[in-house]
Design a protein around this ligand. Structure first.
Ligand SMILES: *[C@@H]1O[C@H](CO)[C@@H](O)[C@H](O)[C@H]1NC(C)=O
Ligand SMILES: *[C@@H]1O[C@H](CO)[C@@H](O)[C@H](O)[C@H]1NC(C)=O
Ligand SMILES: *[C@@H]1O[C@H](CO)[C@@H](O)[C@H](O)[C@H]1NC(C)=O
Ligand SMILES: *[C@@H]1O[C@H](CO)[C@@H](O)[C@H](O)[C@H]1NC(C)=O
Ligand SMILES: *[C@@H]1O[C@H](CO)[C@@H](O)[C@H](O)[C@H]1NC(C)=O
Ligand SMILES: *[C@@H]1O[C@H](CO)[C@@H](O)[C@H](O)[C@H]1NC(C)=O
Ligand SMILES: *[C@@H]1O[C@H](CO)[C@@H](O)[C@H](O)[C@H]1NC(C)=O
Length: 278
């Protein structure tokens, strides 16, 4: 066997080991995606829908960063916290990793008369609610409190964080079939937490994914967008999810240089990505 082929095997071996490497030995950063069914594998209705997190990797330098889509259908900022998913990400994190946090579709569930374990305590500050879920008494915090807590944890591991409000439901899903999108409190809350924890300089960026998606849906019109929602007004088709992912990438490339680390890994030029900067 020639030296060259031994070397080739050695290199191939290194790559193979790298693919299953433990967090402590891997060389390239990982971007972890924390969110609900609109982001997760399967997109809520397997075989009909897909989550946008499955498409992000197409727009990133695959040699520079990998995507770990840790989104879980049915979760909210609260249940993702309670069920330990933020903790799992924290345990896997290495310095230079990135975490995208995007919740909101399940956070509005009422706590009364029956708490299904997802709804947050209403409010934008330190408010708390006491409820009973699964026969267990639980102190429930606000949406921004869960965002803040997870962000601090990830920052303490040397990761940077991108905070995002939820993506819109089908904005044409109303009796008139006209376009309706109003940014909700989650947009305000996510932006405020990012600012509060130091903003880009502090390794915490805000990306208004909701508005970027809404702008694209408005341009595309009702006929096209209705087709992105094959089962209900929340969960997107595969094609819909690619558009939602593109909107996220557009928001990244439109951000001021140096403000979002994840932007450095995007392979697409600003102009080549559909949509417009806000
Ligand atoms: C999805 O498709 C596969 C293969 O056709 C099928 O076995 C599975 O039951 C389907 N799942 C759902 C939720 O429809
Ligand atoms: C993806 O991240 C989760 C934590 O959210 C971790 O448990 C899992 O092992 C990771 N998957 C891979 C393939 O690294
Ligand atoms: C809650 O408690 C009731 C009454 O003890 C019991 O019937 C029920 O199975 C419990 N539910 C859960 C989810 O543990
Ligand atoms: C904060 O994060 C820790 C670690 O994940 C978790 O145990 C705790 O429940 C979280 N608290 C809030 C309010 O999110
Ligand atoms: C949004 O926040 C305002 C106060 O800042 C509150 O009055 C309003 O009820 C909130 N809306 C929802 C839908 O929670
Ligand atoms: C919204 O969409 C759902 C299912 O996708 C449908 O059942 C409902 O009638 C729609 N509502 C309006 C007002 O179009
Ligand atoms: C970026 O370019 C890749 C490769 O051409 C393509 O697959 C992907 O869809 C593009 N991303 C966006 C957001 O346009």
């Amino acid at each position: 066997m020639s030296f060259k082929s031994i070397l080739a095997i050695a290199v191939a071996g290194t790559v193979a080991v790298g693919a299953v490497a433990s967090p402590s030995s891997r060389l390239t950063p990982v971007v972890y995606l924390a969110g609900d069914s609109t982001m997760s594998l399967g997109g809520g209705h397997t075989n009909y829908t897909q989550g946008w997190g499955e498409f992000l990797h197409y727009s990133l330098d695959s040699h520079g960063i990998t995507v770990n889509n840790s989104a879980v259908a049915g979760t909210s900022a609260r249940s993702y916290t309670r069920e330990g998913y933020f903790g799992y990400i924290a345990n896997a994190l290495k310095p230079r990793d990135i975490v995208v946090i995007e919740f909101g579709h399940n956070d509005g569930a009422a706590l009364e008369p029956t708490d299904i374990g997802r709804g947050d305590c209403p409010g934008g500050g330190d408010e708390t609610c006491i409820t009973t879920f699964d026969n267990v008494t639980e102190t429930v915090y606000t949406y921004p409190a869960y965002y803040r807590n997870a962000t601090r944890l990830f920052r303490s591991k040397g990761a940077t964080v991108v905070l995002s409000p939820p993506t819109p439901n089908n904005p044409y899903n109303n009796t008139e079939g006209i376009f309706i999108y109003t940014p909700g409190n989650y947009t305000r809350y996510a932006a405020a937490v990012a600012l509060d924890l130091g903003g880009p300089a502090g390794g915490v960026a805000f990306v208004d994914h909701g508005q970027y998606v809404a702008n694209i849906y408005k341009e595309l019109g009702r006929a096209v967008v209705d087709n992105y929602f094959p089962k209900d007004h929340t969960h997107t088709s595969r094609i819909g999810a690619t558009v939602v992912s593109q909107a996220f990438v557009k928001a990244l490339v439109c951000a001021k240089l140096g403000t979002i680390v994840l932007r450095n890994y995007v392979i697409n030029s600003t102009e080549s990505v559909p949509g417009y900067c806000i």
